[in-house]
Design a protein around this ligand. Structure first.
Ligand code: ARG
Length: 575
C-alpha cells in the first residue's frame, strides 16, 4: 500500500501505542492534507484532553516516536504535527508504482461475490433517463469489483411481467407480429403501450380479451408464452442497442427479469407464511417487518400476495433476495435503483432478515440513484412534456460532440469515433462525477464543456499526454524513470498519484464512484500545473530530468486511463 495517508496513519498509530499504551493503537490520528507540510496530524489536540496533558507535550511525545520516519515531523502551534515526506520515499514509491502492472491497485482480500442489480428498465415502456444513471453507475461498480478480483454477478431485473402484458399481447395480435416487432425494436415502447392502453380504456371487448390473456399468460399457455417471447425479444433488442451505444458490459446472460421468479413466488409466500413471518391482513398476505409504521402509527405492510391471489413487485423481490443469497451465493448485493424506492428496499431487507434469508455475513445495500432533472429544475422532460427517449438523447450527445470537434482536421471515420467517445464519455462522466444519490440537472452544455470536471476534459488530459509521447517518438510503456523530484509541481503530482489504489478501495467499499472521478480530476489539474511549469521535451532539459518527467507523464497517463476505464468512460487516443 503506497497511499501516503494510509502509510502515515499506520505509523502514527504505532507511535501512539508506543508512547501511551496499546489501547491508543486504534485512535484516529486525524491525518489531513496541510497547507504548511504534506500532511498534518491533529490527534494530539483531542488526546491531550483524554490524557490530561498539554497537547503540545502529547504532540512532542508522538514526534519522538517517529524519529526514524522517512521525512520530517514538526510540532507546531497548539499541538499540530506537520509531516513532510522525504522526496526519496515519494520517488521510490512512484517508481515502483510505474513498474507495477496494476498501477498500485490491490486485490480484494478475500475476493467476494458481488451481485449487482442495475439498469432494470421496464418492457413496454421507453427505457427512460432514470435508467441511464442506474445503468452507468452499476456498470462502473461492476468493472471496479472485477478489477479488484471479485466475482461480479450482474442481474438485470427487467420489468417483464405483470397484468399490463395481457393488453400488450392482445395489441400485438391486433397490429400483427411484424409491425409490433418493428415498433418495439425501434424503441417506440411508450407509443405501443399508450396505443394498447387507449384501446383498453375505450373498448370493452379489448378489455375482456386482455384480462383473459393475463390468465392464459399466468397459466403458461404455450401460444401465449410464444407471443410474450416475441414481445420481449424485440424489446430486449432495443435495450441492447442502448447498451451497445453506451458501451456497458451487460449482456443477455445477465437478464434476470421479474418473470424469472414466477415459479418461485408460491413457495416464497408459503414458506414465509409457514414460519409466521407473513400473515393474512384484509385478505392479502402481508409482511410486517419490525420498525415500519405508517402515518397512523399502524404497522406498514409489504403485500406479497394480493387478495385476488396475484403477485407483485414485493413478492418478486422477496424471491429474488433469497435466490441471490442461496443460489448466487452473494457476499454482497447492491441494488442500484432510484432513491424513490428506498422504503421498499428497507422493508424487503428487513423482512428477509426476519425470515433468516439474509444472514449477517451477507450485506444488501440500496445504492440510491437521485432523480434526473431538466434545466428548469423539474423532472427531465422534452419541451412538449413527454419523457425523453434515451436513444435520441444519446445520439444528440454524439452529434453535439461531432460539431465541437468538426474543424480539427480528422477524416470522417476518425471524427465519428472521436465524437462517439466524447459524447458517451460526457454523458457517462456527468453521472459518475456527482454522488449517485444527489439530484442532477441534465445539461448538455455543461457535460460537453472541455473545461471543468467533465468527461471531455478528462479525455483531453489523456490525449494531451499521448501527444507528448508521439512528439517524443516514444511509447508511454517505455518510460521507466527513475523519477526524481525537483520543483514543487512534480512533488505534488507524484504524491497525489500514490493515492490511486486507496481511492479505488474506498470506492469499492463505499460504492461511491464519484470519489474516483474527483481523484482523476485532481490528477488532471495537478498534471496541468506540472506541464506548465516543467518542460519535458524542450531543448536544454537534461537527460535525467527528461527521463523523470516522461516517467511522471507515463504514470499520470496510466492512472487516468485505468481510472476512466474503471468508470467505463471511453478514452480516445487523440481529440
Ligand atoms: N424495474 C424497476 C424500475 O424501473 C427497477 C427494478 C430494480 N430491482 C429490483 N430488484 N426491484 O423502477
Amino acid at each position: 500500500m503506497t497511499d501516503p495517508q494510509i502509510v502515515l496513519t499506520e505509523r502514527v498509530q504505532q507511535a501512539l501505542a508506543n508512547a501511551f499504551g496499546s489501547e491508543y493503537a486504534d485512535a484516529d490520528p486525524l491525518i489531513r492534507p496541510s497547507q504548511f507540510a504534506d500532511f498534518q496530524a491533529n490527534v494530539a489536540m483531542s488526546l491531550g484532553k483524554r490524557l490530561r496533558r498539554a497537547p503540545r507535550e502529547v504532540a512532542q511525545a508522538i514526534a519522538d516516536q517517529l524519529a526514524d520516519f522517512p521525512g520530517t515531523v514538526e510540532v507546531s502551534g497548539p499541538g499540530f504535527l506537520n509531516i513532510t515526506l522525504d522526496p526519496a520515499w515519494i520517488t521510490a514509491e512512484a517508481t515502483e508504482m510505474l513498474a507495477d502492472p496494476r498501477t498500485g491497485i490491490g486485490t480484494a482480500t478475500p475476493p467476494q461475490r458481488v451481485v449487482i442489480d442495475y439498469s432494470a428498465p421496464n418492457a413496454a415502456k421507453e427505457m427512460h433517463v432514470g435508467h441511464l444513471r442506474t445503468t452507468i453507475v452499476g456498470d462502473a461498480m461492476a468493472r471496479i469489483y472485477e478489477h479488484l478480483g471479485s466475482t461480479v454477478v450482474r442481474q438485470n431485473h427487467l420489468g417483464d411481467w405483470g397484468t399490463p402484458f395481457g393488453m400488450l399481447i392482445e395489441h400485438l395480435l391486433d397490429i400483427g407480429e411484424e409491425a409490433a416487432v418493428a415498433q418495439l425494436e425501434a424503441g417506440q415502447g411508450t407509443e405501443y403501450y399508450q396505443a394498447a392502453r387507449a384501446k383498453f380504456d375505450s373498448d370493452e371487448s379489448f378489455k375482456t380479451r386482455s384480462r383473459q390473456r393475463v390468465t392464459t399468460l399466468q397459466s403458461g399457455d404455450p401460444e401465449t408464452m410464444r407471443l410474450w417471447h416475441v414481445f420481449m425479444e424485440a424489446t430486449i433488442r432495443y435495450f441492447n442497442k442502448v447498451y451497445e451505444m453506451l458501451g456497458v458490459t451487460l449482456t443477455d446472460a445477465d437478464i434476470a427479469g421479474e418473470s424469472m421468479y414466477n415459479s418461485m413466488l408460491e413457495k416464497t409466500c408459503d414458506d414465509l407464511e409457514a414460519m409466521g413471518v407473513a400473515v393474512m391482513s384484509e385478505g392479502a398476505l402481508c409482511l410486517f417487518p419490525p420498525g415500519f409504521t405508517g402515518s397512523d402509527d399502524k404497522p406498514l405492510p409489504l403485500i406479497i400476495r394480493k387478495s385476488d391471489g396475484g403477485y407483485g413487485y414485493a413478492s418478486t423481490d422477496m424471491a429474488a433476495i433469497r435466490y441471490r443469497v442461496d443460489d448466487l451465493k452473494a457476499d454482497r448485493i447492491l441494488y442500484v435503483v432510484g432513491a424513490d424506492q428506498a422504503l421498499h428496499f428497507r422493508m424487503v431487507f428487513a423482512a428477509a432478515e426476519q425470515a433468516g434469508w439474509l444472514p449477517d455475513s451477507v450485506s444488501a445495500e440500496h445504492v440510491q440513484i437521485g432523480m434526473m432533472l431538466g434545466k428548469d429544475g423539474r423532472r427531465f422532460k422534452t419541451r412538449s412534456g413527454e419523457s425523453v427517449k434515451l436513444m435520441e438523447l444519446l445520439q444528440e450527445a454524439v452529434d453535439r460532440a461531432g460539431v465541437i470537434i468538426a474543424d480539427r482536421g480528422y477524416d470522417e471515420e476518425t471524427k465519428g469515433e472521436i465524437a462517439h467517445a466524447v459524447g458517451m464519455g460526457a454523458v457517462k462522466y456527468a453521472d459518475l462525477s456527482i454522488s449517485h444519490d444527489s439530484e442532477y440537472v441534465f445539461d448538455f452544455d455543461r457535460m460537453l464543456n472541455f473545461a471543468g470536471n467533465t468527461g471531455p476534459y478528462m479525455q483531453y488530459a489523456t490525449a494531451r499526454i499521448r501527444s507528448i509521447f508521439r512528439k517524443a517518438g516514444l511509447e508511454p510503456e517505455s518510460a521507466r524513470g527513475p523519477i526524481v523530484l525537483g520543483v514543487p509541481a512534480e512533488r505534488a503530482l507524484a504524491l497525489h498519484l500514490l493515492g490511486f489504489g486507496a481511492v479505488v478501495d474506498q470506492v469499492a467499499a463505499l460504492v461511491e464512484p464519484h470519489r474516483l472521478s474527483a481523484f482523476l480530476f485532481e490528477t488532471a489539474s495537478l498534471f496541468s500545473t506540472f506541464y506548465e511549469e516543467c518542460p519535458v521535451l524542450k531543448e536544454g532539459v537534461d537527460a535525467e530530468t527528461r527521463a523523470s518527467r516522461l516517467a511522471l507523464c507515463a504514470l499520470t497517463l496510466r492512472v487516468l486511463e485505468t481510472g476512466l476505464e474503471l468508470l467505463g468512460v471511453p478514452v480516445p487516443d487523440r481529440m
